[in-house]
Design a protein around this ligand. Structure first.
Ligand SMILES: *[C@@H]1O[C@H](CO)[C@@H](O)[C@H](O)[C@H]1NC(C)=O
Ligand SMILES: *[C@@H]1O[C@H](CO)[C@@H](O)[C@H](O)[C@H]1NC(C)=O
Ligand SMILES: *[C@@H]1O[C@H](CO)[C@@H](O)[C@H](O)[C@H]1NC(C)=O
Ligand SMILES: *[C@@H]1O[C@H](CO)[C@@H](O)[C@H](O)[C@H]1NC(C)=O
Length: 956
């Protein structure tokens, strides 16, 4: 294929062909030419110039060329003496020096010191014992007694779209992806960095202090990335947020060409995303890389040969040339020169294979593979990356949403770490993980086997190293940036929340009281730490066996129960059983060891509890399972995702498809106005469903998937552990509630949607579903986030109830702004499912999300509970269902004592059922056995599910 042909088929934005390397003529011809030329020069100059001054040609800008050429081989290093600096380049004059006393300081690695930390000038000045002389004469020192709270370096997010995909999402601020070409190394995320993203504040509230802002993954080469600090700056500019901007960023000129340059960063992407956007295949993807780097290598070679001549003073050789340069390729040339940290979005084994070949062909290293759901399956391949295995930047449990992620495993961080490969947890902010909850990713990685120091490092020092900022970020060290987080509990405890966050030494969370003492020091008090047992690393079950299983099955381990018993199963060492009383209220029954040995037992037969206390004598042939001081509790119930209706979200053939839409008027005529039942589309045995089951989520309530607003249909409840619908007990209740979306998106307007709902309800006739809704015999569940819409619907409810003298059963799902009208919701006796339970204000209509601690005392959940609203919590995506128990633990711990254990359990079980119209009773509800703690202990493991209805006990 000729270059011409490529140019014809490629759009104009593909860079031009590189400048040709200096042409070299055959030696003899050159000699002859040189002889003729010399003769001519001698003859000509002979007429004008004395022989004593031989002619020397050199270009006018010789100094600049020499400097440019000398800079070519320089690779980034911190400036000499950087570690000894006493003031940061980012220091904001007026920032008071701060002394944190009585702190438990994780320095990075395995090192923890108990003592003090002193920061001034935007840098850490001393750690451990701080000599008084250091600060005694400083004016305005702020002293903070951490009361032994954990202190860590600020979180470094290696993969964020903060500022370029800012929230609330508005078309005018979608600057993450350019789709003008597959290879666009010239684009720069800094050029789209919105300084008004709402998420800076919330991410800081999660302890994030710096983030690598990457372009999106729509292109094979999507552009250059920049590390930013999240705090507001005095200048309020995008530019002022960038950490160690490459020297030429500001005015295109290097400050000192002889000084080592600063790191640059670039985004590449393999696999589905660039393929999908451009109708490419994986073959095209890899060709794009090869094509781009071939051109870049040619340009580099041209520069090298030009500079070889220039540095040798052989100006004649390059007399009619300038320094070979191409704006479109210069970033890739810098990649080849080792000056750029390459970050590659890459999921599957096949994609790593292609990219690792490219790195060996063109000889450049990779800083990190991102997402990388199959990385754990191919560690040996990763190690063949030119320059060594890159860091792997992952999500903890976000997986299965597309083919590339289908084999994602929660044990991947552990497996990769065991291979000695650097593990990074990252957010991809704002979706799927709000970077505010990046530490939660590390917490989950820890719960699934990554050791505690590597888990903390995965969001601090490891990403700092991968990004080339280990000299100032990611560890607490004298001379490092004063980016410091004081935590309310051990940072690997679920729900851990900063008490204070410092960026460049500046406190980011403001709350008092502030007391100025006689010695001139200001004392800043922090909020209360959480209770003592949350101040240590959580205990966690061993993951070795499961990790081995995942590898043995090439990423698709069997997820169903290992053993199933109709016959007797005896659980021993049970500390308590949570049960429902006759009015479905949850209560805890504590088992006591009366003979000190064997009396805390629970015996099951056909999935029923038939004995508690001392049961061994009645259970002669029982399968015995030691719960190690564990607990039994009702199974959890999930709502909000399309669990059972979707297997791989982005693969339509694996889903139930979309329901019709009332307002689009596209319901098939054959239905004759009758609503569909989601339960009829449920597929059992899917991965998300079984993972939910193994995580203690035994019941799912799913409504039909809706493309937007309008009618969704009737939800139903089913068991996540069933194998098919024919099995007894698989469907719990075929119809639970009617679901409708009143949405922000698209047409018709909200007022038209409300008008439609009013018409359907007020004109309903006996025998129709709308009659059931207006009379409260079937609950109506509205998916809605916005407080104004909810208020309108509350008024509509009163209207309809007045018309029919009825009492409607109405619930709100989503409900991120519900806290604003908590009293009205309570008065109208409306139940609420908050989904997701910790909302990110992604959309304009839900932007008034109550952020919760540490930004606000109350959360949406605690505030609604305080108003006695029946509150359940739900999820949005199928992959999130497995984390339902963790969500309850978060809510419980964020409640800071205001939410009881029973309330926390109800949030994810009985309340969800009440709000959604599922009538369970103590007889049909499944029970879950936890080993090593109760359902609120993150490290406790689900070992069994007992279903009286199915007549079995499943063991994992
Ligand atoms: C350090 O913190 C602990 C725990 O809050 C407290 O008991 C102790 O008094 C504190 N020590 C000092 C010197 O403030
Ligand atoms: C470009 O900006 C840098 C500061 O980043 C400054 O030191 C340098 O003098 C400027 N160069 C020119 C040519 O303006
Ligand atoms: C975590 O693993 C690393 C690497 O194997 C090891 O050096 C370190 O000691 C471990 N730390 C803990 C707390 O187990
Ligand atoms: C909620 O219920 C409790 C117990 O029934 C009651 O004491 C409290 O006043 C109620 N709160 C509100 C805001 O109605």
């Amino acid at each position: 294929m000729s270059l011409k042909l490529e140019d014809d088929v490629l759009p104009a934005y593909i860079y031009a062909a590189p400048p040709p390397a200096p042409r070299r003529r055959p030696k003899l011809a050159r000699f002859v030419l040189l002889a003729i030329a010399s003769y001519a020069v001698v003859r000509l100059w002979g007429l004008h110039l004395p022989w004593s001054h031989p002619p020397v040609y050199s270009p006018a800008n010789v100094d600049k060329i020499i400097a440019q050429c000398r800079a070519l081989p320089l690779v980034p290093t911190p400036p000499v003496g950087f570690a000894a600096r006493t003031e940061s380049d980012r220091f904001e004059p007026g920032t008071p020096p701060t002394l944190i006393t009585n702190a438990t300081i994780w320095l990075g690695g395995e090192r923890v010191v108990v003592g003090e930390l002193y920061m001034d000038g935007g840098v850490v000045m001393a750690i451990g014992y701080v000599p008084k002389e250091l600060y005694a004469n400083e004016p305005g020192v702020v002293v903070v007694n951490a009361r032994e709270a954990w202190v860590t370096p600020g979180i470094v997010d290696l993969h964020s779209h903060l500022g370029v995909v800012s929230i609330p999402t508005l078309g005018g601020a979608a600057d993450g992806n350019s789709v003008l070409g597959t290879v666009q190394p010239w684009l720069r995320s800094i050029d789209g960095l919105n300084t008004h993203d709402m998420a800076y504040t919330t991410s800081i509230a999660g302890g994030v202090t710096s983030a690598l802002v990457l372009p999106g993954s729509a292109d094979n080469i999507g552009g250059q990335a920049f590390m930013i600090k999240l705090r507001p700056t005095k200048e309020r500019s995008s530019n002022a947020m960038v950490l160690e901007p490459p020297y030429a960023l500001w005015n295109g000129t290097d400050v000192d060409p002889d000084a080592p340059p600063r790191w640059r960063h670039i985004k590449h992407a393999c696999g589905e995303n660039p393929a999908r956007v451009y109708g490419q295949t994986r073959m095209d993807n890899v060709y794009r890389f090869r094509q781009a780097y071939t051109a870049a290598a040619a340009l580099r070679d041209a520069q090298d040969s030009y500079c070889a001549s220039a540095l040798a003073g052989d100006w004649k050789q390059i007399a009619d040339q300038s320094f070979p340069y191409d704006l479109a390729l210069e970033a890739l040339v810098d990649v080849l020169r080792g000056k750029v940290k390459v970050n590659v979005h890459c999921y599957e084994a096949v994609d790593f294979d292609g990219f690792v070949r490219i790195t060996n062909e063109f000889k450049f290293p990779v800083a990190a593979f991102h997402h990388a759901h199959e990385a754990y399956l191919v560690p040996d391949l990763l190690k063949k990356t030119w320059g060594g295995a890159p860091a792997i930047a992952m999500f903890a449990t976000f997986a299965r949403y597309k083919r590339e992620a289908y084999r994602g495993s929660e044990f991947a961080p552990k497996i990769l770490a065991d291979e000695g490969i650097p593990v990074v947890m990252k957010s991809d902010h704002p979706m799927p993980v709000d970077s505010r909850y990046l530490m939660y990713e590390a917490q989950q990685a820890f719960l699934y086997g990554l050791n505690s120091s590597l888990a903390l490092a995965s969001v601090t020092s490891t990403p700092a190293e991968a990004a080339g900022f280990a000299h100032r970020l990611g560890r607490l060290k004298v001379g490092h940036d004063a980016d410091v987080v004081v935590w309310d509990s051990h940072p690997l405890q679920l729900g851990a929340t900063p008490l204070q966050v410092y960026i460049d030494g500046i406190a980011q969370l403001s709350y008092g009281p502030v007391v100025v003492t006689e010695n001139g020091f200001t004392h800043l008090s922090l909020k209360e730490k959480k209770s003592g047992d949350l101040q240590t690393v959580p205990s966690v079950a061993d993951s070795e066996m499961e990790a081995q299983q995942v590898l043995a099955h090439d990423g698709e381990p069997p997820l169903g129960p290992k053993e199933t018993y109709e016959s007797e199963v005896l659980f021993t060492n049970v500390q308590s059983i949570w049960r429902r009383d006759s009015s479905e209220e949850l209560f805890e029954q504590t088992l006591t060891a009366d003979d000190g040995l064997s009396s805390r037992e629970v015996l099951l037969h056909h999935g029923n509890i038939v004995c508690t206390g001392s049961c061994a004598h009645v259970a002669v042939s029982a399968r015995i399972v030691d719960l190690h001081n564990g607990s039994i509790a009702p199974g959890l119930t999930t709502f909000g995702s399309s669990l059972g209706l979707v297997e791989i979200k982005f693969e339509p053939s694996t889903t139930d498809g979309y329901a019709y839409d009332l307002f689009a008027n596209n319901a098939p005529a054959v239905l004759d106005g009758k609503p569909l039942r989601a339960v009829d589309g449920v597929q059992f045995g899917g991965k998300d469903m079984l993972m939910a089951y193994r995580s203690g989520v035994t019941t799912a309530i799913s409504g039909p998937a809706s493309p937007g607003f309008g009618l969704a249909g009737l939800s139903g409840a089913f068991r996540t552990g069933a194998w098919n619908k024919a099995e007894k007990g698989s469907v719990i209740q075929p119809v639970t509630a009617m679901h409708l979306v009143i949405g922000p998106k698209g047409q018709p307007s909200i007022s038209a949607q409300v008008a439609g709902l009013r018409q359907l309800l007020s004109a309903s006739k006996e025998g129709e579903i709308w009659w059931e809704l207006s009379h409260g015999t079937v609950p109506l569940v509205l998916s809605v986030n916005n407080a104004d819409i909810m208020s309108t619907v509350i008024l509509l409810k009163h209207e309809i109830e007045a018309q029919f003298s009825s009492s409607m059963k109405l619930s709100f799902a989503g409900a991120s702004e519900a806290w604003m009208i908590a009293k009205n919701i309570a008065d109208a006796e409306i139940g609420v499912i908050i989904a997701p339970s910790r909302a990110t204000p992604l959309e304009w209509p839900s932007r008034r999300t109550l952020p919760g601690p540490p930004l606000t005392e109350e959360s949406n959940i605690s505030l609604l509970l305080a108003h006695n609203v029946t509150v359940g919590i739900g999820v949005v995506w199928e992959w999130q269902t497995r984390n339902t128990r963790f969500d309850a633990i978060w809510a419980y711990r964020e409640g800071g004592g205001k939410i009881s254990k029973g309330q926390a359990l109800a949030l994810v079980s009985s309340n969800v059922e009440k709000v959604l119209g599922l009538h369970t009773s103590s007889d049909v509800g499944d029970l879950v056995a936890y080993r090593g703690g109760d359902f609120l202990s993150p490290g406790a493991k689900v070992v069994g599910v007992m279903s009286a209805e199915r007549g079995v006990t499943d063991l994992f």
